[in-house]
Design a protein around this ligand. Structure first.
Ligand code: PLP
Length: 468
């Protein structure tokens, strides 16, 4: 029986689910999900799916958490909304204090918004306002990596490193300058991971020199990658190099932790893994409210915020910024992190799951590389393990795997980026609440999924994966 909801009319004459906007002939069925609990999602026909990627790496505390749901309802009854420019409220004050304490020195001020792209735009607009206020209006270039992803609003798209977006953005100011991301699987000839990272850092230095350091506003980077790089973890030398370059040129270093922040990698901020290379600004979203409310945060030093406040101030606003219900959810989510010790669990379960993924990769001809940190990992899918060859043409390997996964009760989030120029991967990032036995079951289902996907991807139903 097919895993998708066969009875569902996905394209009614009016209305329809959000995916009516996607290309017709979608390659992966989209089941109608009715409820969720822990790491499980259930469709309206009662089929169960394990949430292997926490949606798009969102549901860090797992689904169906009644403590958070109750906190949300209590807040809605007590104070649903007040606009922060005209009325203060306690959940805002409490949540910014809590995040600042967890983030540590250098991140005392927290500007809330509703989603990752908005929070990225907050960082850009703050830096631009600061440059203008300091008499440096020529500072407008923002450098980022190819590949990378920084969000879906027009400016965040321009920051994102995806070559297909360049055509899309033609006429909208184009892309920001790009340097190569320090990818670590397919290295240029005669390079080690470290020497390639050094070459990428040199590209940052050269790009800054080409633009003129005084014209550059910032360098944006995902310290642990997500969907654009398949959870790339650069070497420590890279972090030291980019910190040194940005400091020397007076350029803001911004870490996009929309996906990798809030404990996902085993530290509250991914930046905490490299304490001698902390950024100037951090952007967080996704796991912060773990899907229970739209909530994002852009973190600054108190000094930086006071300096701008004494000049022009940061005068941009979003109606739902620091919404009381979203802040109450953020507080309840962080309480749950503490109660269940989720950041430690991200490290421990991450190590456990990693061992299982390594075993699975060793036995599968489809998996060329496993990478990531904590409970944020990816399997790189390859046509040939020896040559690291990618699947070409229309064989979007990650979509085939996603489709097969549904048949085995596994919901995977992976989206094709950069037309697979940099690779195809499956994101493995279950809720941080996942148990060892649930990891085992996910691995079993993943194994069966790869078994089914291998012959399809190799164009022959006769070839089974070695991991049968
Ligand atoms: N930055 C990164 C690294 C992301 O992964 C995403 C979303 O996937 C965003 C920014 C944009 O966040 P949102 O989709 O909440 O606007």
């Amino acid at each position: 029986m097919s895993a998708a909801n066969d009875t569902l009319d996905p394209f009614p004459s009016a209305g329809g689910s959000q995916d009516v906007f996607q290309a017709r002939g979608a390659r992966v069925p989209i089941p109608l999900i009715e409820r969720a609990d822990g790491v499980y999602l259930y469709d309206r026909d009662g089929r169960e799916y394990m949430d292997l990627s926490s949606g798009p790496v969102v549901s860090n505390i797992g689904h169906g958490n009644s403590i958070v749901a109750d906190a949300m309802a209590r807040q809605a009854r007590r104070l649903d909304y007040v606009f922060y420019r005209v009325g203060r409220h306690q959940p805002n004050i409490d949540l910014s204090a809590r995040i600042a304490a967890l983030a540590g020195p250098g991140f005392e001020r927290v500007c809330f918004s509703s989603g990752g792209s908005e929070a990225i735009e907050v960082a850009i607009k703050f830096l631009r306002a600061e440059a203008i206020a300091l008499g440096q209006p020529q500072r407008r270039h923002i450098i980022s990596c190819m590949p990378s992803y920084h969000g879906g609003t027009v400016t965040a798209l321009a920051l994102s490193g995806d070559r297909d977006l360049a055509a899309f953005l033609d006429g909208f100011g184009g892309m920001s300058p790009k340097i190569p991301a320090p990818m670590d699987y397919r290295l240029p000839p005669n390079h080690s991971v470290d020497s390639h990272a050094r070459a990428c850092a040199q590209a940052l230095e050269d790009t800054i020199a080409g633009l003129g350091a005084d014209n550059v506003l910032a360098f944006f980077f995902e310290p642990v990658g997500g969907v654009a790089t398949g959870c790339l973890v650069p070497p420590a030398s890279w972090f030291r190099a980019i910190r040194e370059i940005c400091t020397r040129h007076g350029i803001a270093l911004v870490f996009d932790e929309v996906l990798c922040g809030t404990g996902r990698t085993g530290r509250f901020l991914a930046a905490h893994h490299w304490p001698d290379a902390l950024p100037d600004i951090v952007v967080m979203a996704k796991g912060l409210a773990s899907g229970y409310a739209p909530l994002a945060a852009t973190l600054f030093s108190a000094e930086r915020v006071e300096r701008l406040a004494a000049l022009t101030g940061f005068n941009f606003t979003h109606t739902y910024a620091a919404n009381p219900i979203a802040c109450a959810v953020g507080l309840a989510v962080l309480d749950e992190y503490q109660r269940m010790d989720l950041i430690v669990r991200a490290r421990e379960r991450g190590a456990y799951l990693r061992r299982g993924l390594d075993t699975l990769a060793a036995r599968s001809r489809l998996v060329g590389h496993v990478r990531g940190l904590g409970l944020l990992m990816a399997l790189e899918l390859v046509a040939d393990k020896d040559t690291k060859a990618r699947f070409d043409g229309d064989a979007i390997a990650s979509y085939v795997v996603r489709r097969c996964a549904l048949e085995h009760g596994l919901m995977i989030y992976t989206r094709r980026t950069n037309a697979s120029r940099f690779g195809d991967w499956v994101i493995v990032s279950p809720p941080l609440t996942v148990s060892e036995s649930e990891c085992d079951e996910m691995l079993r289902r993943l194994q069966r999924t790869l078994n089914d996907a291998a012959p399809i991807l190799r164009g022959s139903e006769g070839q089974r994966d070695a991991s049968d």
